[in-house]
Design a protein around this ligand. Structure first.
Ligand SMILES: [Zn+2]
Ligand SMILES: [Zn+2]
Ligand SMILES: [Zn+2]
Length: 361
Protein backbone atom coordinates (compact mmCIF):
# COMPACT_ATOMS: atom_id res chain seq x y z
CA UNK A 1 0.00 0.00 0.00
CA UNK A 2 1.15 3.52 -0.77
CA UNK A 3 1.40 6.05 2.02
CA UNK A 4 0.04 9.54 1.59
CA UNK A 5 0.55 13.13 2.65
CA UNK A 6 -1.94 15.59 4.10
CA UNK A 7 -1.91 19.18 2.77
CA UNK A 8 -0.23 20.06 6.11
CA UNK A 9 2.61 17.66 5.29
CA UNK A 10 1.64 14.98 7.83
CA UNK A 11 1.90 11.34 6.83
CA UNK A 12 -1.50 9.77 6.12
CA UNK A 13 -2.46 6.13 5.80
CA UNK A 14 -5.09 4.47 3.66
CA UNK A 15 -7.53 3.87 6.52
CA UNK A 16 -7.35 7.39 7.99
CA UNK A 17 -10.40 9.64 8.09
CA UNK A 18 -8.80 12.45 10.08
CA UNK A 19 -5.36 14.05 10.02
CA UNK A 20 -4.01 13.90 13.56
CA UNK A 21 -1.77 16.91 12.94
CA UNK A 22 -4.13 19.51 11.42
CA UNK A 23 -7.51 17.93 12.26
CA UNK A 24 -8.73 17.92 8.62
CA UNK A 25 -11.28 15.34 7.55
CA UNK A 26 -9.55 13.16 4.99
CA UNK A 27 -10.50 10.22 2.81
CA UNK A 28 -9.38 8.17 -0.18
CA UNK A 29 -10.31 9.46 -3.61
CA UNK A 30 -10.32 6.37 -5.86
CA UNK A 31 -10.18 8.29 -9.19
CA UNK A 32 -7.01 10.12 -8.20
CA UNK A 33 -5.76 7.23 -6.04
CA UNK A 34 -4.88 9.75 -3.34
CA UNK A 35 -5.92 10.69 0.16
CA UNK A 36 -7.64 14.08 -0.09
CA UNK A 37 -8.90 16.68 2.37
CA UNK A 38 -12.62 17.46 2.51
CA UNK A 39 -12.72 21.24 2.49
CA UNK A 40 -15.42 23.90 2.50
CA UNK A 41 -15.57 24.04 -1.34
CA UNK A 42 -17.72 20.92 -1.24
CA UNK A 43 -16.09 19.25 -4.26
CA UNK A 44 -15.55 16.05 -2.29
CA UNK A 45 -17.66 14.38 0.38
CA UNK A 46 -17.65 11.13 2.30
CA UNK A 47 -19.42 8.17 0.79
CA UNK A 48 -22.94 7.75 2.22
CA UNK A 49 -21.80 4.75 4.29
CA UNK A 50 -19.05 6.90 5.78
CA UNK A 51 -21.33 9.86 6.47
CA UNK A 52 -24.09 7.74 8.01
CA UNK A 53 -22.29 4.88 9.74
CA UNK A 54 -18.59 5.77 9.79
CA UNK A 55 -18.17 2.59 7.76
CA UNK A 56 -16.21 4.02 4.81
CA UNK A 57 -13.47 6.62 4.29
CA UNK A 58 -13.70 6.79 0.51
CA UNK A 59 -14.77 10.01 -1.17
CA UNK A 60 -17.36 10.86 -3.79
CA UNK A 61 -18.07 13.96 -5.86
CA UNK A 62 -21.44 15.16 -4.56
CA UNK A 63 -24.15 16.30 -6.96
CA UNK A 64 -24.62 20.06 -6.46
CA UNK A 65 -27.92 21.01 -4.78
CA UNK A 66 -30.17 23.15 -7.00
CA UNK A 67 -31.85 26.20 -5.47
CA UNK A 68 -35.23 25.31 -4.02
CA UNK A 69 -34.78 21.59 -4.72
CA UNK A 70 -34.44 19.01 -1.94
CA UNK A 71 -30.85 17.91 -1.20
CA UNK A 72 -29.74 15.12 -3.55
CA UNK A 73 -29.42 11.71 -1.89
CA UNK A 74 -25.93 10.90 -0.55
CA UNK A 75 -23.81 8.85 -2.94
CA UNK A 76 -22.06 5.54 -2.42
CA UNK A 77 -18.38 5.32 -3.32
CA UNK A 78 -16.89 2.95 -5.92
CA UNK A 79 -16.24 0.33 -3.26
CA UNK A 80 -19.61 0.47 -1.49
CA UNK A 81 -21.40 0.30 -4.85
CA UNK A 82 -20.01 -3.21 -5.28
CA UNK A 83 -21.67 -4.42 -2.06
CA UNK A 84 -25.12 -5.76 -2.86
CA UNK A 85 -26.02 -7.22 0.55
CA UNK A 86 -25.24 -5.87 4.00
CA UNK A 87 -26.21 -7.29 7.40
CA UNK A 88 -29.10 -5.96 9.47
CA UNK A 89 -27.79 -2.63 10.76
CA UNK A 90 -30.45 -2.27 13.43
CA UNK A 91 -28.11 -4.57 15.39
CA UNK A 92 -25.30 -2.17 16.46
CA UNK A 93 -22.81 -5.03 16.63
CA UNK A 94 -23.37 -5.67 12.92
CA UNK A 95 -22.44 -2.05 12.11
CA UNK A 96 -19.01 -2.55 13.69
CA UNK A 97 -18.41 -5.92 12.00
CA UNK A 98 -19.64 -4.70 8.63
CA UNK A 99 -17.41 -1.59 8.83
CA UNK A 100 -14.34 -3.77 9.44
CA UNK A 101 -15.37 -6.04 6.58
CA UNK A 102 -15.72 -3.12 4.17
CA UNK A 103 -12.28 -1.84 5.23
CA UNK A 104 -10.71 -5.18 4.21
CA UNK A 105 -12.62 -5.12 0.93
CA UNK A 106 -11.35 -1.62 0.08
CA UNK A 107 -7.78 -2.82 0.47
CA UNK A 108 -8.47 -5.68 -1.94
CA UNK A 109 -9.91 -3.26 -4.50
CA UNK A 110 -6.83 -1.05 -4.37
CA UNK A 111 -4.54 -4.00 -5.11
CA UNK A 112 -6.67 -4.91 -8.15
CA UNK A 113 -6.41 -1.28 -9.23
CA UNK A 114 -2.64 -1.40 -8.83
CA UNK A 115 -2.50 -4.53 -11.00
CA UNK A 116 -4.63 -2.85 -13.70
CA UNK A 117 -7.52 -5.34 -13.33
CA UNK A 118 -10.89 -3.62 -13.57
CA UNK A 119 -13.73 -4.75 -11.29
CA UNK A 120 -16.99 -3.74 -12.98
CA UNK A 121 -20.13 -4.01 -10.83
CA UNK A 122 -22.15 -7.12 -11.68
CA UNK A 123 -25.21 -4.88 -12.09
CA UNK A 124 -23.45 -3.17 -15.04
CA UNK A 125 -21.57 -6.17 -16.46
CA UNK A 126 -23.43 -9.39 -15.52
CA UNK A 127 -20.92 -11.61 -17.36
CA UNK A 128 -17.63 -10.29 -15.99
CA UNK A 129 -18.71 -8.14 -13.06
CA UNK A 130 -18.35 -8.65 -9.32
CA UNK A 131 -20.71 -8.16 -6.36
CA UNK A 132 -20.25 -8.69 -2.64
CA UNK A 133 -22.74 -10.16 -0.19
CA UNK A 134 -21.59 -9.25 3.31
CA UNK A 135 -23.88 -11.22 5.55
CA UNK A 136 -24.26 -12.33 9.14
CA UNK A 137 -23.90 -16.06 9.68
CA UNK A 138 -26.20 -15.70 12.69
CA UNK A 139 -29.18 -14.54 10.62
CA UNK A 140 -28.32 -16.44 7.41
CA UNK A 141 -26.68 -19.71 8.58
CA UNK A 142 -27.53 -21.37 5.25
CA UNK A 143 -25.21 -19.04 3.25
CA UNK A 144 -21.60 -20.20 3.09
CA UNK A 145 -18.57 -18.00 2.45
CA UNK A 146 -17.46 -18.41 -1.13
CA UNK A 147 -17.71 -17.33 -4.74
CA UNK A 148 -20.39 -18.12 -7.30
CA UNK A 149 -20.72 -16.47 -10.75
CA UNK A 150 -19.15 -13.17 -9.68
CA UNK A 151 -20.89 -13.04 -6.29
CA UNK A 152 -18.54 -13.14 -3.32
CA UNK A 153 -20.12 -13.98 0.03
CA UNK A 154 -18.24 -13.11 3.22
CA UNK A 155 -19.44 -13.57 6.80
CA UNK A 156 -19.10 -10.30 8.70
CA UNK A 157 -19.08 -12.37 11.93
CA UNK A 158 -15.47 -13.24 11.10
CA UNK A 159 -14.52 -9.59 11.69
CA UNK A 160 -14.93 -10.42 15.39
CA UNK A 161 -11.37 -11.25 16.44
CA UNK A 162 -12.36 -13.86 19.03
CA UNK A 163 -14.71 -15.66 16.70
CA UNK A 164 -12.18 -15.67 13.85
CA UNK A 165 -9.39 -16.92 16.10
CA UNK A 166 -11.55 -19.80 17.35
CA UNK A 167 -12.25 -20.80 13.74
CA UNK A 168 -8.57 -20.43 12.80
CA UNK A 169 -7.59 -22.73 15.66
CA UNK A 170 -10.28 -25.23 14.82
CA UNK A 171 -9.17 -25.40 11.17
CA UNK A 172 -5.49 -25.38 12.14
CA UNK A 173 -4.70 -22.48 9.82
CA UNK A 174 -1.51 -20.40 10.19
CA UNK A 175 -3.36 -17.10 9.73
CA UNK A 176 -6.95 -16.07 9.15
CA UNK A 177 -7.90 -12.50 8.28
CA UNK A 178 -10.81 -10.68 6.64
CA UNK A 179 -8.47 -9.41 3.94
CA UNK A 180 -7.29 -12.98 3.41
CA UNK A 181 -10.91 -14.06 2.83
CA UNK A 182 -11.41 -11.37 0.20
CA UNK A 183 -8.14 -12.18 -1.52
CA UNK A 184 -8.93 -15.88 -1.60
CA UNK A 185 -12.47 -15.45 -2.97
CA UNK A 186 -11.26 -12.90 -5.53
CA UNK A 187 -9.02 -15.71 -6.78
CA UNK A 188 -12.04 -17.88 -7.58
CA UNK A 189 -13.67 -14.91 -9.28
CA UNK A 190 -10.66 -14.10 -11.45
CA UNK A 191 -10.11 -17.76 -12.35
CA UNK A 192 -13.62 -17.96 -13.80
CA UNK A 193 -13.23 -14.64 -15.57
CA UNK A 194 -9.91 -15.55 -17.16
CA UNK A 195 -10.15 -19.31 -17.64
CA UNK A 196 -13.83 -19.95 -18.44
CA UNK A 197 -13.83 -18.19 -21.84
CA UNK A 198 -10.78 -20.17 -23.04
CA UNK A 199 -11.08 -23.19 -25.35
CA UNK A 200 -9.84 -26.47 -23.78
CA UNK A 201 -6.60 -26.48 -25.82
CA UNK A 202 -5.66 -22.87 -25.09
CA UNK A 203 -2.04 -22.67 -23.85
CA UNK A 204 -3.12 -20.65 -20.80
CA UNK A 205 -5.55 -23.34 -19.76
CA UNK A 206 -2.98 -26.10 -20.36
CA UNK A 207 -0.43 -24.09 -18.36
CA UNK A 208 -2.86 -23.85 -15.45
CA UNK A 209 -3.33 -27.62 -15.48
CA UNK A 210 0.37 -28.33 -15.68
CA UNK A 211 1.14 -26.12 -12.70
CA UNK A 212 -1.98 -26.43 -10.51
CA UNK A 213 -3.36 -29.79 -11.67
CA UNK A 214 -6.40 -30.78 -13.68
CA UNK A 215 -9.45 -29.24 -12.03
CA UNK A 216 -11.76 -31.72 -13.75
CA UNK A 217 -10.06 -34.77 -12.23
CA UNK A 218 -11.65 -34.59 -8.78
CA UNK A 219 -15.21 -33.65 -7.97
CA UNK A 220 -15.00 -30.32 -6.17
CA UNK A 221 -17.35 -30.65 -3.19
CA UNK A 222 -16.19 -34.24 -2.49
CA UNK A 223 -12.56 -33.04 -2.51
CA UNK A 224 -13.31 -30.21 -0.06
CA UNK A 225 -15.27 -32.54 2.26
CA UNK A 226 -12.41 -35.08 2.18
CA UNK A 227 -9.95 -32.34 3.11
CA UNK A 228 -12.01 -31.31 6.15
CA UNK A 229 -12.51 -34.92 7.28
CA UNK A 230 -9.12 -36.49 6.64
CA UNK A 231 -6.81 -33.49 6.58
CA UNK A 232 -4.19 -32.74 3.92
CA UNK A 233 -1.50 -35.05 2.56
CA UNK A 234 1.45 -35.22 5.01
CA UNK A 235 3.94 -33.75 2.50
CA UNK A 236 1.71 -30.86 1.39
CA UNK A 237 4.44 -28.30 2.27
CA UNK A 238 6.58 -29.43 -0.64
CA UNK A 239 3.90 -28.54 -3.22
CA UNK A 240 1.37 -26.13 -1.69
CA UNK A 241 1.33 -22.74 0.03
CA UNK A 242 -1.19 -23.94 2.64
CA UNK A 243 -2.65 -27.28 3.68
CA UNK A 244 -6.06 -26.18 2.40
CA UNK A 245 -4.57 -25.48 -1.04
CA UNK A 246 -3.96 -29.22 -1.43
CA UNK A 247 -7.70 -29.97 -1.40
CA UNK A 248 -8.40 -29.11 -5.08
CA UNK A 249 -6.70 -27.22 -7.96
CA UNK A 250 -9.28 -24.41 -7.64
CA UNK A 251 -8.47 -23.96 -3.95
CA UNK A 252 -4.76 -24.14 -4.73
CA UNK A 253 -5.20 -21.36 -7.27
CA UNK A 254 -7.30 -19.23 -4.84
CA UNK A 255 -4.83 -19.70 -1.97
CA UNK A 256 -1.83 -18.94 -4.18
CA UNK A 257 -3.60 -15.97 -5.79
CA UNK A 258 -4.33 -14.59 -2.31
CA UNK A 259 -0.67 -15.03 -1.44
CA UNK A 260 0.35 -13.25 -4.63
CA UNK A 261 -1.85 -10.24 -3.79
CA UNK A 262 -0.32 -10.20 -0.32
CA UNK A 263 3.19 -9.93 -1.79
CA UNK A 264 2.07 -7.19 -4.21
CA UNK A 265 0.59 -5.14 -1.37
CA UNK A 266 3.43 -5.98 1.02
CA UNK A 267 6.22 -4.94 -1.34
CA UNK A 268 4.38 -1.76 -2.30
CA UNK A 269 4.34 -0.91 1.41
CA UNK A 270 8.06 -1.70 1.69
CA UNK A 271 8.75 0.67 -1.23
CA UNK A 272 6.40 3.38 0.07
CA UNK A 273 8.24 3.32 3.39
CA UNK A 274 11.58 3.63 1.59
CA UNK A 275 12.92 0.37 3.03
CA UNK A 276 15.80 -1.23 1.21
CA UNK A 277 17.65 -4.42 1.71
CA UNK A 278 20.97 -3.40 3.16
CA UNK A 279 24.20 -5.13 2.27
CA UNK A 280 24.28 -6.55 5.78
CA UNK A 281 20.75 -7.98 5.65
CA UNK A 282 21.22 -11.71 6.04
CA UNK A 283 19.89 -12.99 2.75
CA UNK A 284 17.63 -15.97 3.01
CA UNK A 285 18.75 -18.54 0.45
CA UNK A 286 17.50 -17.24 -2.92
CA UNK A 287 15.43 -19.43 -5.24
CA UNK A 288 17.29 -21.23 -8.03
CA UNK A 289 16.51 -20.13 -11.64
CA UNK A 290 14.11 -23.04 -12.29
CA UNK A 291 11.73 -21.62 -9.65
CA UNK A 292 11.02 -18.69 -11.99
CA UNK A 293 10.27 -20.65 -15.16
CA UNK A 294 6.98 -20.79 -17.02
CA UNK A 295 5.43 -24.01 -18.37
CA UNK A 296 6.79 -24.92 -21.80
CA UNK A 297 3.55 -24.17 -23.72
CA UNK A 298 3.83 -20.47 -22.86
CA UNK A 299 6.22 -18.03 -24.60
CA UNK A 300 9.50 -18.16 -22.68
CA UNK A 301 10.90 -14.94 -21.28
CA UNK A 302 14.06 -15.65 -19.29
CA UNK A 303 14.67 -11.98 -18.43
CA UNK A 304 11.18 -11.76 -16.93
CA UNK A 305 11.78 -15.01 -15.02
CA UNK A 306 14.84 -13.47 -13.39
CA UNK A 307 12.97 -10.23 -12.56
CA UNK A 308 10.19 -12.29 -11.00
CA UNK A 309 12.65 -14.19 -8.83
CA UNK A 310 14.27 -10.94 -7.66
CA UNK A 311 10.81 -9.76 -6.67
CA UNK A 312 10.03 -12.99 -4.84
CA UNK A 313 13.41 -13.15 -3.11
CA UNK A 314 12.91 -9.59 -1.96
CA UNK A 315 9.62 -10.58 -0.36
CA UNK A 316 11.19 -13.59 1.33
CA UNK A 317 13.83 -11.32 2.85
CA UNK A 318 11.33 -8.76 4.13
CA UNK A 319 8.89 -11.38 5.40
CA UNK A 320 11.75 -13.00 7.34
CA UNK A 321 12.52 -9.63 8.91
CA UNK A 322 8.80 -9.26 9.68
CA UNK A 323 8.70 -12.64 11.43
CA UNK A 324 11.76 -11.89 13.52
CA UNK A 325 10.40 -8.45 14.46
CA UNK A 326 7.12 -10.04 15.42
CA UNK A 327 8.94 -12.45 17.73
CA UNK A 328 10.94 -9.53 19.18
CA UNK A 329 7.61 -8.03 20.21
CA UNK A 330 6.53 -11.25 21.87
CA UNK A 331 4.14 -12.35 19.12
CA UNK A 332 3.99 -15.41 16.92
CA UNK A 333 5.57 -14.98 13.44
CA UNK A 334 3.28 -12.72 11.41
CA UNK A 335 3.87 -14.53 8.16
CA UNK A 336 4.58 -18.21 8.84
CA UNK A 337 4.87 -19.54 5.29
CA UNK A 338 7.54 -21.63 3.63
CA UNK A 339 7.73 -21.41 -0.14
CA UNK A 340 8.81 -24.46 -2.11
CA UNK A 341 9.94 -24.37 -5.75
CA UNK A 342 6.55 -25.67 -7.02
CA UNK A 343 4.82 -22.84 -5.12
CA UNK A 344 7.25 -20.31 -6.62
CA UNK A 345 6.32 -21.63 -10.10
CA UNK A 346 2.62 -21.22 -9.30
CA UNK A 347 3.28 -17.61 -8.32
CA UNK A 348 5.30 -17.21 -11.54
CA UNK A 349 2.33 -18.35 -13.64
CA UNK A 350 -0.01 -15.96 -11.78
CA UNK A 351 2.48 -13.14 -12.32
CA UNK A 352 2.58 -13.92 -16.04
CA UNK A 353 -1.23 -14.04 -16.30
CA UNK A 354 -1.53 -10.70 -14.49
CA UNK A 355 0.86 -9.17 -17.03
CA UNK A 356 -1.13 -10.72 -19.91
CA UNK A 357 -4.47 -9.47 -18.66
CA UNK A 358 -3.28 -6.12 -17.29
CA UNK A 359 -5.56 -3.43 -18.68
CA UNK A 360 -6.97 -5.98 -21.14
CA UNK A 361 -9.89 -7.23 -19.05
ZN1 LIG B 1 -3.10 17.51 8.03
ZN1 LIG C 1 -17.99 3.77 0.56
ZN1 LIG D 1 -12.00 -21.31 -1.94
Amino acid sequence: MKSFKCKCGNLLFFDNSICLQCGSSVGYEPERREMCVIDAKGKLAYCANGATYGACNWLVKPVPQKAGAPPPPPLLCKSCQLTQTIPDLTDPNNVVLWARTEAAKRRLLVTFDLLGISLPPKSVDPGRGIAFDLISRKTSPELMMGHLNGNITVHVDEADDTEREITRNHLNEPVRTMLGHFRHESGHYIWERWQNPLPPDDPQRLAFREIFGDETQSEYSAAIAKNYQEGPAPDWQSHFITAYASSHPWEDWAETWGFYLQIVDGLETVDAMGLQQGRKTPYVKPFPPEAGTLPSMLPQKRRHDAAFLDWLNRWITFSTVLNELSKSLGHAPLHPFVLSIPVARKLRLIHWLVEEFRNAG
